[in-house]
Design a protein around this ligand. Sequence first.
Ligand SMILES: [Zn+2]
Length: 602
Amino acid sequence: MPEMPPATGSAQGIRWDLRALFLSYNDPQIASCLDHCRKRAEGFARFRNALAVPGGPSPKTLVEALQELERIEETLSRVASYSSLLYAADSLKAEHQDLEQKIEQRVTDIRNLLLFFELEWLELDESTAVNLVQQPVLKPYRHYLTSLRRFRPHRLSEAEERLVNEKDNTGRNAFGRLFSEITSALTFTLERDGRREELNLSQILSLLHEPERELRRRAMDTLYHELSRHGQVMAFIYDNLIQDHLTMDRLRHYPGPMTQRHLSNEIDPTTVNTMMEITETNYRIAQEYFGVKARLLRLPRLALYDQYAPVAKESGTFSYDRARQMILEAFAAFSPVFSDLAAEFFTRKWIDAEIRKGKNGGAFCASPSPQLHPYILCNYTDNLRDVMTVAHELGHGVHGCLSRKQTFLNYDTPLTIAETASVFGEMLVFDYLAERQTEAQIQIALLASKIEDIFATVFRQNVLTRFEQSAFSARKKTRLTPDHLGSLWLEANGKLYRDAVEIPDNYRWGWSYIPHFIHTRFYCYSYVFGQLLVLSLYRMYRETGKSFVPTYLALLEAGGSDSPEALLKPLDVDIHDAQFWQKGFDELDGLVKRFNDLVNKG
Ligand SMILES: [Zn+2]
């Protein structure tokens, strides 16, 4: 394999310090932690048949069991998070692959010992269950217990659930690992300034934002050409995962492929449909914008590789240090609670920002449990977009810190709200920058990057979800080939781009590197939800000022202790109302108008 050029960029050397978790992949503490968990999990058997007694268990027994469950899960999440963070930081290292696999097996083995508890809870008759969760001592677990019961019609027997868990490690989880290993190892060869460069996925994607048109064209061409070489394997992986999903839907009696996701998101399908349809009626905003952008770039029409072209004199490069300073100042203007928490991520080395071979592309924030702080991974390449990515992940990070007030079972935020703090964080940084720029050119550049970013989180994610839906319904009829997937992909994208953007034929490989399709199916509509929600919340903040801050902080502190609907109630948000979603698009429309006005003036 050709060597990567020495990595450059201001984030060089910025690596996270995982020693608060374990010292290294062969730290003996890992094994003793797992042994300890295993022992406690065996001891947990004392609660077997404790729920299935006439009249149900005593509230005290139930609380005891839940607290023990939380303690075991806390410890497990420390081990599992450590191994997945190591793996994300360098998935090519054999030791990391081994550890990840070993941990996966042991965690499954331990969780299998705990399984009976959930199943016994689901077996309780409705009136006993309802009566129990009303008991004051169970108040902290009311939402958890109630929401578990939504899965009641879909659970299998204990023996079957165990079997599924064990087989998944060499089944769908293994396909997921294969996908990660292939995409982390992807190398794109590009001739640039007379030099041959070997780039990874993040690096080649970032070239689509370069000012030179020919470079963007070649980067996109190289990207899809290289992806096409792995197309057969990627299609095979995706086809299998869809079939696996459909099989499980049948065995678990889910009426549709999205049902399970809706249930865990605690959202009804009608709300999601409304949101997605309204998003489609607003695709015209994107088409309008692409028209203005083409004029600005003096092109008759945008080609796909012009989509992210800088529109004005570059807003410059942003060193990692400068990004930190801007983000912290922007967060501080909103609330010192935000900036103080975010500052810790930098000072205490909770961020891995440099570009390295073998490191996962993209960015994420992992919030393992209330006992641990979150960690952030990103690939920082010194541009404005990366500043926004760091702001995004720090939003997650602050959210993850604030909800540490919750216990383990109430910690994880439902997906639909999980993107709130992150997107809000980006808005804060955008406003901070926009206020400080007086030059029209830079204003245009900033607005364009904000608008394109919102397009990427709203329109693109809607397209991704439509593509997934079409792939799932096609798979019910026939096995999916690369060709078929490519056509479905082009079709879903065609509705967004219409005639406003010229689409190259090799864009048919655009589906093949998207991790959500593999690891978290039907995740993407949560981004649409989160972005539109934030556009509305941000408007509220602008209108009401500081009085908004405490209600908003309370939302983040609440973690996953209630349903999205209930959590959003204090903010006066009604997600069932079509008008609510349209309001988000009105905000976006306003941004595009502002952009258009600036362009016409210039
Ligand atoms: Zn996010």
